[in-house]
Design a protein around this ligand. Structure first.
Ligand code: C2E
Ligand code: CA
Ligand code: CA
Ligand code: CA
Length: 280
């Protein structure tokens, strides 16, 4: 190789190994994050589209990394999903969300919590029984909990069987990021899903700018029509403007979530928000 090319190859290789090392370090740090108490749940309220009253909070994980600071989930959840860390992490999320909700339900007895469940975790053999256990430990009815799943294609009927008892006791299943590539509409017809969460990319394209004239409104309307006929609730995610809220309300969306209502925030901040909103 010419000298210059050799240099390029070396730079490429060292960049590669730097990335690999960073990844390895992060993975090691993540193993310690649970025992060190560095994981934290943030919460984002879900409100009714009409009176804008809170009905649920979605738990969204954060990692208080000792050096890198507060990390959002996309910086470590994919890594956790690649190895078995997602199982211990997911078990912690379930426990912590149920614990927090049991505290909040003393003030807001109808409040629910939703947690994000990765498909590997959902299809894991003993997850359904850990859900039942977490609910029992924190004296919560099954109807207090929602499980949000994205990849409906992977939800085989076999693993769904594990959730049958919980679901007849009121556990809700929500299809997250609905309208994106991950959720199979055909599969949806066969699944015991109670809630459709319309992806925020569809909400963002609801009111098109001048150069992008095509609105997603007809699509969202058709989801709402389908949901009504099937007895499902529709949540719109990523609602950022009063205009979007108005259009979604007119279209018949039941529930609203997004920065317009509240950003995801710590448990303490969320509690303050709940108190202000409900005057309790
Ligand atoms: P998601 O479940 O679709 O969660 C919604 C994401 O949209 C959150 O990002 C939230 O902060 C953001 N968001 C909410 N409202 C708005 C808005 O009005 N505008 C915009 N631009 N964004 C908004 P976050 O917290 O960074 O979470 C990203 C993803 O990480 C989640 O997407 C979820 O798939 C995953 N995730 C979060 N917590 C967990 C967890 O405990 N377990 C698993 N397996 N995945 C999780
Ligand atoms: Ca979600
Ligand atoms: Ca989502
Ligand atoms: Ca997502």
């Amino acid at each position: 190789l010419a000298k210059k090319e050799r240099g390029n190859v070396q730079r490429f290789q060292s960049a590669l190994s730097e990335a690999a090392i960073r990844r390895l370090n992060l993975e090691q740090d993540l193993r310690q994050a649970l025992p060190n108490g560095e994981l934290e749940l943030y919460y984002q309220p879900v409100v009714t589209s009409g009176a804008q009253q809170p009905v649920a909070v979605e738990a969204l994980i954060r990692w208080n990394h000792p050096v890198m600071g507060l990390l959002p989930p996309d910086q470590f959840i994919p890594l956790a999903e690649e190895n078995d860390l997602i199982f211990s992490l997911g078990a912690w999320v379930l426990q912590e969300a149920c614990r927090q909700l049991s505290v909040w339900r003393r003030l807001w007895p109808e409040l629910r919590v939703s947690i994000n469940v990765s498909s590997r975790q959902f299809t894991q053999t003993d997850f359904a029984s850990s859900v039942a256990q977490a609910l029992a430990v924190h004296h919560l009815p099954a109807s207090a909990l929602e499980l949000e799943v994205t990849e409906t294609a992977t939800l085989d009927t076999e693993s769904l069987g594990d959730y049958a008892a919980l679901m007849s006791a009121g556990l809700q299943l929500a299809v997250d990021d609905f309208g994106t590539g991950y959720s199979s509409i055909v599969r949806l017809f066969e699944l015991p899903v109670g809630i459709l969460k319309i992806d925020r990319s569809l909400v963002a394209a609801l009111i098109p700018s001048q150069d992008r004239r095509r609105s997603t409104l007809p699509l969202i309307r058709s989801f709402v029509t389908y949901a009504r006929e099937s007895g499902l609730q529709v949540t719109a995610e990523g609602v950022e403007t009063p205009e979007q809220l108005e259009v979604l309300k007119q279209a018949g969306c039941d529930l609203i979530q997004g920065f317009l209502i509240a950003r995801p925030a710590s448990a303490a901040q969320t509690e303050r928000w709940l108190r202000q909103t409900t005057e309790r």
